[in-house]
Each structure stands twice: as C-alpha cells, then as structure tokens.
Design a protein around this ligand. Structure first.
Ligand code: GRG
Length: 309
C-alpha cells in the first residue's frame, strides 16, 4: 500500500510500490512544512523574496531523500522534517545565487522569473543568505526525537556540504572552468561531486543519522548517494541539450552558450545516458542490505535517470 499523509507511515512493501503516489504524498508534506517554517514577517520584502523561491515548486528531491532514509533506519517523518526543510532551504538559496548575473545569469527558474529579476540583485543575495542561515537555525531548534550527538553530526554534515568542500567549492571551479575547452573529466567530476552530489549525499545520510542507523548502513547510503548524485548531474547536462524551457521551467542550451565542458560534450549523448544508467544500477546495488525497505530509494534511483525535468 502507498503511504498516506500520516507523519509516521512506513515505506510500501516490495512489489506494490507506487513511486508517483509516494512522491506526491511526500511533496505535499514537505510543502506544508516549508510554508509553516517560514512565515511572512517584517521586513516583508525579504521574507516575500525568500518565500517566492522556497515555495516555487521543484521536485523536492533532497527533502524526500532525507525523509526516506530516516524511515528506512526506523525513524519517523516528524523527526527528519526540520532537516528535510533545511535541505530545501539550502538548495533553494544555491539556486537563487546561481541565477544571479555574476554567476549563471538566468531569467527563469522553476517556471517563473528568477528571484533577482523580481526583487533585484541586492534582495536576492540577502534572501539567499537568510535562507542559508535560517536552515541551520531551523534544524538546531526544531528537531525533536534525535539525540544531541546525532543532531550535531547532521549540522556539521550540512556545513561541510555547503562550504568550500561542497557547493561553494564546486561552484568556484565551475565558474573558473567556463570557456575552457580543455577541462578534464577529473575536473568535471570534481565540480559536480561538489556542486550537486555533496548536498544529495547529506540529504541521504542525514535522515539515517537522525534515526540512529549504524555506520555500515550510513556508508552504504553514502555510496548510493554519490552514485545517484553524479547520475543526476549527467541527466541534468543531457536535459540542457534535449529538453525545452516549458518542460524544464528554466532556460535550455545554457551550457553550450557558456562554452561549458559537460558530460555530453565529452562523451556524446548516448554514452552519457549509458554512464548515467550504469551509475544508477551501481547505486541500487549499494542498497542490497536493506531488503524490502529499500523500495523508495530503488524507485527514486530509477526516477533520476527517467526524469524529464
Ligand atoms: C551554498 C553558500 C552557498 C552558495 C551557493 C551558487 C552556488 C553557491 C552553488 C551552485 C549550486 C548549484 C546551483 C548546483 C546545481 C545543482 C542542480 C543540479 C540543481 C537542480 O536541482 P533540481 O533539478 O531542481 O533538483 P528543483 O528545482 O527540482 O529543486
């Protein structure tokens, strides 16, 4: 049976798993928690700008992964929800900053005008800063039912995923590589392991850490996350070439215009799809020890390569 809206629903049993219903249910719960976590208040322009991007839709993949691994490890959705919301706040702030004229310079995101196009660069930068800092405050003050040691480990993991060893480091190397046709596969992997996979990794491991999973399980989940993380980025590069602005909700063809080396530019489209599929198969193998409880994570792995946006 597909889980319902209950805060403590368990993952569906093998063979009967309905990913579409599962994702829809989890998105609904994450949307409600995000809306509640970030009320409109003074100064209104700042909070409107934060809510504009945070509540603009998106796949909510990072929070859903965190909730899934918390359940997998025997925890509740309620226990992981503040971390799940924080992951989405961090992801959203990185999109706001990424879209700025001094970075990727995008006009559209999630099917609507980018934050700086509506609120101006100054407010967009500050909204990103406020979302980032609030994410940490929210996890630290709102998490219930996890020990202080586990909570501290999650907070430290979030910090590492965001900073110079994570998103920021990846973004700096990405910007420095623009227009350089000699970027190697090693550099490309560095960029995306940091820009994309690092946040997915803490999304996957944080839920399990909060629930008290043992180190072996956390390590298997880390391996799963690193593999889906790179596959996710390969698919992102493919969609930038093959999709439309209507489907993606943002500009397409950006990588070619910015003369970026991407997986398809190194390998071609067919080999890129093949590599993404291989990574997904390897990711699924990392979950063998979890038995039937691994159904949501297996299905999410398949979804990452099958997705159209
Ligand atoms: C984190 C302090 C700090 C600053 C930001 C701008 C920046 C540093 C990093 C860039 C990070 C970035 C934009 C990575 C790309 C990751 C990616 C593939 C995003 C698309 O994710 P989806 O498809 O988007 O899950 P939705 O809209 O569905 O949530």
């Amino acid at each position: 049976m597909v889980p319902t809206n209950s805060l403590d629903s368990r993952p569906a049993a093998a063979g009967s798993f309905n990913l579409e219903a599962y994702l829809a249910d989890r998105r609904l719960q994450v949307e409600a928690a995000l809306d509640q976590a970030l009320a409109l208040r003074y100064p209104e322009t700042l909070y409107e700008s934060m809510r504009y991007s945070l509540l603009a839709g998106g796949k909510r993949l990072r929070p859903i992964l965190c909730l899934a691994t918390c359940e997998l490890a025997g925890g509740s959705l309620a226990m992981a929800m503040p971390t799940a919301c924080a992951l989405e706040m961090i992801h959203t702030m990185s999109l706001i900053h990424d879209d700025l004229p001094s970075m990727d310079n995008d006009d559209y995101r999630r099917g609507r005008l980018t934050n700086h196009k509506v609120y101006g660069d100054d407010v967009a930068i500050l909204a990103g800063d406020a979302l980032l800092t609030y994410a940490f405050e929210h996890v630290a003050t709102q998490t219930r039912g996890a020990s202080p040691e586990r909570l501290l480990r999650v907070v430290a993991g979030l910090g590492k995923a965001v900073g110079g060893e994570g998103l920021v480091g990846g973004q700096v190397v990405d910007l420095a590589s623009e227009g350089n046709p000699d970027v190697t596969l090693e550099t490309l992997n560095y960029i995306h392991n940091h820009k994309t996979a690092a946040l997915l990794e803490i999304s996957v491991t944080s839920g399990a850490i909060l629930a008290g999973a043992d180190e072996e399980a956390i390590e298997s989940l880390r391996q799963y996350a690193q593999r889906i993380g790179l596959a996710f980025q390969i698919v992102d590069d493919i969609l930038d070439i093959t999709s439309t602005p209507e489907t993606l909700g943002k500009s397409v063809g950006k990588d070619i215009t910015a003369q970026k080396v991407t997986y398809p530019s190194l390998w071609g489209l067919e080999e890129s799809r093949c590599q993404a599929n291989q990574l997904i198969e390897a990711a699924k193998e990392s979950l063998a020890e979890f038995g039937e409880l691994n159904q949501p994570l297996l299905a999410i792995a398949d979804y990452i390569v099958a997705r159209t946006y």
